[in-house]
Design a protein around this ligand. Structure first.
Ligand code: FE2
Length: 327
């Protein structure tokens, strides 16, 4: 690729690449766009370094990999309504008195804000998104890293005996993604919901539960481990003590064998990950720091998810009025 440098993520990883040199002069080059799509399909994760840190560049880079789609929930804030279909806005702002209880999480002995356990995006929906491009608008000077882990590598790392037990099973997920409600795979403590949970709770009441496979096979034949405790309510047709114990075992094994890459943010970084293949997480940061992330949502699904009631997403009742979201 002319003018572009590419290297592997690192010697500890069988996936992921770093790309430097994408700019307005070459972004619309057809060959470059094809090469980037092929690289992404192969490696599942790209760190674009030295990018112009603007929402417009983030949207245009995203479109290399597919059309954008709007986020499936109304209660998720949008960064800029003029950028159709937009960028979602994930923000933690310091409060004046810095007395945090809501949304605070304790993980690894640290009390942090903005923590998210291992998950894939849109667990609660029947349709997943292919990918997202993530950018740190404001990040903490320490911690607050975003973690990524490859589901293909994880499949090869898990005990084949466990794989045999779970490979044909599906997990049920709910839109109520509050960490206080997480039942399975907890490796953290919570101290109350975030202040903005009311809209989520109301919208969750109108959503059926979604169903996704624990392991799926890519068109090229690679098996992908693709389950998480985040927003999970159990194993389909096994919402019983035996099923719950198996799910806990599967999550424990996953947390034991996961090989994460943790990204230290720079303002000029843009990251894209294959949401049908990788899991991701946020380690959280000291509540005294502000943190603001912008993410696009790129259309493209594996077609294996469904809603428990058999409805498709367009038929799901949306009885909640849009929230007054920050601009
Ligand atoms: Fe996420």
């Amino acid at each position: 690729m002319a003018g572009i440098s590419i290297c592997n993520l690192g010697e500890d990883y069988s996936w992921g690449s770093r790309v430097e040199g994408v700019n307005w002069d070459n972004l619309y080059d057809d060959q470059l766009r094809t090469d980037l799509r092929e690289l992404f399909d192969d490696r599942g994760f790209i760190i674009f370094e030295g990018m112009e840190p603007s929402p417009k560049m983030q949207v245009e880079l995203s479109k290399v990999f597919g059309p954008l789609k709007d986020h499936p929930t109304k209660s998720t804030a949008r960064a800029d309504r003029d950028l159709d279909p937009g960028i979602i806005d994930m923000q933690h702002i310091r409060t004046a008195d810095q007395t945090y209880t809501n949304g605070l999480t304790e993980v690894g002995g640290k009390k942090v804000i903005s923590f998210l356990p291992w998950h894939f995006d849109h667990t609660y929906n029947d349709e997943l998104n292919y990918a997202g491009v993530l950018r740190a608008v404001v990040y903490a000077p320490e911690d607050g890293r975003t973690g990524f882990a490859d589901g293909i590598e994880l499949y090869n790392a898990l005990d084949p005996k466990l794989i045999r037990k779970i490979e044909d099973l599906n997990v049920l997920y709910t839109l109520d993604v509050r960490l206080t409600q997480q039942r399975f795979g907890r490796y953290f403590e919570t101290f109350g919901d975030t202040e903005d949970s009311a809209g989520l709770i109301a919208e969750a009441a109108t959503f059926p539960r979604s169903i996704h496979p624990m392991i799926w096979t890519r068109p090229g034949g690679e098996k992908v481990v693709h389950y998480c405790g985040f927003s999970a309510v159990g194993i389909e047709d096994h919402e019983d003590p035996e099923g719950e114990a198996l799910f806990e075992e599967a999550l424990e094994e996953m947390h034991k064998h996961i090989n994460p890459y943790w990204h230290d943010w720079k303002p000029t970084d843009m990251l894209i990950w294959d949401n049908l293949r990788l899991l991701h997480a946020v380690e959280g940061c000291d509540p005294k720091y502000e943190r603001r992330m912008h993410r696009t949502t790129i259309r493209g699904d594996y077609g294996l998810g469904s809603f428990e009631d058999g409805k498709k997403i367009g038929e799901v009742q949306r009885e909640v009025a849009p929230l007054d979201l920050p601009a």
